[in-house]
Design a protein around this ligand. Sequence first.
Ligand code: BG6
Length: 525
Amino acid sequence: MTADAIHVEVDPAVDLVNPFARPIGPAILVIFGAAGDLTKRKLLPALCNLWSSKLLEREIAVLGIGRTALDTASYRERVREELAQFATQSLEPRVVEEILERTHYLQGNFDDAKLYPALGEKLRELDAQCGTKGNHLFYLSTAPEFFAPIVEHLGRAGLTKEGGAPSEASSSGWKRVIVEKPFGHDVASARELNERLRAVLHESQIYRIDHYLGKETVQNILVFRFANGLFEPVWNRLYIDNVQITVAESLGVESRGGYYEGAGALRDMVPNHLLQLLALVAMEPPTSFAAEAVREEKTKVLRAIPPMTPEEVLTHAVRGQYGAGTLDGTALHGYREEERVDPRSSTETYVALQLRIDNWRWAGVPFYLRTGKRMPKRVSEIAIQFRRPPLLLFRATHVEHVPRNVLILRMQPDEGITLRFGAKIPGPSVRLGQVAMDFCYKEHFHQAPTTGYETLIYDCIKGDPTLFQRADSVELSWEIVRPILEVWKALPPRAFPNYAAGSWGPPEADALLKREGHGWRRIEP
Ligand code: BG6
């Protein structure tokens, strides 16, 4: 995300290639996990989108590393087929060819020390051949147990040293590492991973990714809040009653049972995606779009969330696991029947939390978070519920209560913003109806679909860490969920499964809000 990109006045009718964003490079993108899912579904399609939008310099190369026995020619063929399947836009054949020409492959095991001198050799060769000037971005798209060992091997082979002489193992140029999630599985492991990475790399070389921050609609939260005079003055506890963040998925765990069994919904979604959304909604205005200004304000929000006491975990955190059910007329089996899942599993596939932010802006405003698999609909949204007005004026009418105004920021799908407010239903008596003002991204900005990784890759090559997580914010996020993990571990759930696939989660999640006189916003199927 760049400041200049934000101040642009756009003509909504134009399919825009941002005229202010300049092509970036030169660089080699080294992908550990070249044959993996993320690479084919997101990374290479994102690279093609950047290329087709002229946002990459010609001096760009991709070096895929994987265990699969392939050479550059066969890897290119494989990428060609994958792009045909997973590209988000219809790509001109020229774009695909130009990316393929720049794509290379190196076979090796990530934990084999011999891989790294060979990698150094290959990088030198590509730098000379492609003019990439020793700028190397290492993308760790691997299982998390490889994150630290790969970085340590890179360090030992001299491949992370910046600005060395061209003759050294690591040539001149910058070296950066993108670390995929999960970044640890609790506070201790996140801290250990940070320490191991920082023993080799400078903090400015580490880019901890959260793909939610690559979504346009998520980035727009800041612009919406701080580029409009209307909303920010009421964005506080005087006017806002509660905030509800929902990230619901209709899919189950698919083929990821092996990973998910050890993670669960809390670890998988809350310390990263949901807390990042919360931080963007709740942060104070930063002094600029500079990375440190933005990241510092987000981190302050996390610091202001008091960790739950064990008693609060019992009352403020709800977990659920889906059982058999139906969705859109299709019968679905329960989580315990999924592939690579223990038939007596106590892993949660749903979590709802009530958090508070103990600062001047937010004290007393509950922040409700919920996320789950096998919900009736895929939807990510933030609903800001405003305080009710007094009823005095309506006492002598049939109006019994005045509904809250609600501002809904829809992240996906149907990206947009809706403001719901009351209006008089025409007629001789005073009756209130709910109406909505709606902004829909797709109707207004005719932009070709993207993967969400374009901005993140672009920013990393450019050296802008604004949309990446700082070490302290990752550790703080784990601190927030720590008591919940501990209590849930000590007290296994009594009744799993406790919600049917295709429903909105267990009844306890409704009770959580009801106790405070609230209710989850009804999301239409
Ligand atoms: C990932 C989680 O980080 O985010 C998945 O590991 C989840 O379990 C996914 O399905 C959701 O991302 P998105 O972009 O589809 O909302």
